[in-house]
Design a protein around this ligand. Structure first.
Ligand code: 5GP
Length: 116
């Protein structure tokens, strides 16, 4: 059984977060340390620690993460200019919170992908 992270408490609204979307499969909220004018995290309500742990039964949830990203980008007014979706996996990928999350970043030119 995977260990819960702070994100489970955000999903259950046990600690404060700026939640911008929630449904039966996913929750989205603003990153506490934004790296761009718009920086949101889209996460499954189910605890999946890393991308390595995604199963076939999670495909609907993974798809929902993308449709919610698209919807939030539209609502945020960043869809046409463009944005970046990122998922970090494990140590080398720079993952800090072991509950998978999709970063949605936009609101300024982000330039080419930079690595460590
Ligand atoms: P990672 O490095 O794991 O891909 O990204 C984790 C992200 O979660 C970071 O961008 C970090 O700022 C964000 N984060 C960590 N703890 C909290 C929190 O308690 N609330 C919110 N809103 N974001 C958090």
């Amino acid at each position: 059984m995977a260990e819960e992270t702070i994100f489970s408490k955000i999903i259950r609204k046990e600690i404060p977060a700026d939640i911008v979307y929630q449904d039966d499969l996913v929750t989205a909220f603003r990153d506490i340390n934004p790296r761009a004018p718009s920086h949101m995290l889209i996460i499954p309500n189910k605890l999946i620690p890393t991308v390595n742990d995604i199963e076939a039964e999670d495909e609907a949830t993974m798809g929902r993460m993308f449709t919610v990203a698209r919807k939030l980008a539209e609502e945020e007014g960043i869809a046409d200019d463009g944005y970046r979706l990122i998922m970090n996996c494990n140590n080398y990928g720079g993952q800090e919170v072991y509950h998978i999350h999709m970063h949605l970043l936009g609101g300024r030119p982000l330039g080419p992908i930079t690595v460590g």
